[in-house]
Design a protein around this ligand. Structure first.
Ligand code: NAD
Ligand code: GLY
Length: 376
């Protein structure tokens, strides 16, 4: 994408280098109204927004008054809010809407919402007429730093979360941090868990930056937010460029997720937010790294303190016994032949995949569960 395609308000740009499928992530303020969406694809005849019943009433005014108004617009597809709508039947609804409005292969979909909307829109775009272009306009912190980047798209199946999907890269990702002003605090904190993850797995200097700026980040300071989102996107872009299809390196992005998915599945999805489960899962992963003789205890404590300062849980739910995690982790998508693959830290800023004895994993869960919930 040419720099000229960005308009006022654009602050940072991160490129995801994937050859012909490369794209840019724009991060700034006021982008909903000023970004030239239609120009990203190079073959756009009409634009169609896919969004949800919470986000659209809040932000449609900005979008429709802006550059979007210069294009032929198909009626927006407004999906009922919630993870429970991330289903194949919703994808069919999207396709039916597009067919009914005679959308063709040059129609551009614009996903406006959190990770649920991004995953639905990306998958619908991947299959409609064998693949059309789409743009991600993430409106949650989690979606800005994680789900909108990297091309994983899909829906849940009654037998498992994110089990049906495809890789389909967007043409651009537009992070307008103004949209975060309406995001509920719990959802915002959930995104910070993924932010901490990036520092822990790849970048000690970024982890230290977060230690210095956590209160400003929690307060949604715009300058800090833009720097943080840009750094997270750079890290994710770098990992995805090296391992787009998750045959190795990309697995490190799952630090905290193996334990976290057990919490989400064990409680029933939606009880804890994804980032909350990942936060407690990272603490368990840090303890496991220490038990394996890799991570010094002082670094485990740094992860715990930073997580608490973000307002995130550091221990699992009291209703889930440590022994229950192992069964849940064995059926996780990342397990291979029932063997659990843990992401562990060699040091702060350096991660890898490693198997571990059940006894060590159990002890790590129990150590996290014994922690006090708030900062000392
Ligand atoms: P979400 O999409 O459900 O959004 C969370 C809540 O915030 C929803 O109620 C939503 O309506 C609301 N919301 C969104 N933007 C808002 C705004 N600006 N103001 C007010 N409310 C707003 O959840 P999420 O945390 O963004 O994403 C979680 C989803 O992402 C899960 O389905 C997960 O599987 C998926 N995910 C995908 C990837 C990937 O690589 N594709 C990575 C991580 C997570
Ligand atoms: N959220 C992990 C990944 O995109 O690979």
């Amino acid at each position: 994408m040419e720099p000229g395609l960005y308009t006022k308000g654009f602050k940072r740009r991160v490129n995801v280098a994937l050859g012909l499928r490369s794209y840019d992530i724009a991060i700034g303020r006021g982008l909903l109204a000023s970004f030239d969406f239609g120009n990203c694809s190079g073959r756009t005849s009409a634009l169609c927004v896919v969004t949800n019943s919470t986000v659209w009433p809040l932000w449609q005014g900005r979008l429709l008054k802006g550059v979007l108004s210069a294009y032929t617009l198909i009626d927006p597809i407004v999906i009922e809010d919630g993870e429970h709508r991330k289903l194949l039947s919703t994808i069919e609804t999207v396709w039916s809407h597009l067919l009914a409005h005679r959308a063709d292969r040059s129609t551009l979909l614009i996903a406006v919402g959190g990770g649920v909307i991004g995953d639905i829109t990306g998958f619908a775009a991947a299959c409609y007429q064998r693949g059309i272009d789409f743009i991600q306009v993430p409106t949650t912190l989690l979606a800005m730093v994680d789900s909108s980047v990297g091309g994983k798209t899909g829906v849940n199946h009654p037998l498992g979360k994110n089990m049906i999907g495809s890789f389909h890269q967007p043409k651009a990702v537009i992070c307008d941090i103004d949209t975060l002003s309406t995001l509920p605090p719990r959802e915002y904190a959930s995104g910070i868990a993924e932010v901490i993850k990036y520092g822990a797995i790849t970048d000690l200097a970024f982890f230290e930056y977060l230690e210095q700026h956590m209160e400003a980040l929690v307060a949604r300071d715009p300058e800090v937010l833009i720097d943080v989102i840009a750094r997270c996107c750079e890290i994710k872009a770098d990992v995805v460029a090296k391992d787009e299809r998750e045959s190795g390196l990309r697995e490190i992005l799952n630090f905290g997720h193996t334990f976290g998915h057990a919490i989400e599945a064990g409680l029933g999805y939606g009880e804890w937010l994804h980032g909350e489960a990942v936060a407690a899962g990272m603490v368990m992963g840090a303890y496991l790294s220490e038990a394996l003789g890799l991570l010094p205890m002082r670094d485990v404590n740094r992860i715990i303190e930073l997580t608490k300062r973000a307002g995130l849980p550091v221990r699992g739910p009291s209703s889930l016994a440590a022994a229950e995690y192992l069964d849940l982790m064995r059926v996780d998508k990342k397990a291979r032949n029932g063997a659990i693959r843990y992401i562990v830290l060699d040091s702060l800023g350096k991660a890898r995949t490693q198997p571990a004895d059940d006894a060590l994993a159990l002890a790590s869960i129990e150590r996290a569960n014994a922690l006090a919930a708030t900062s000392s």
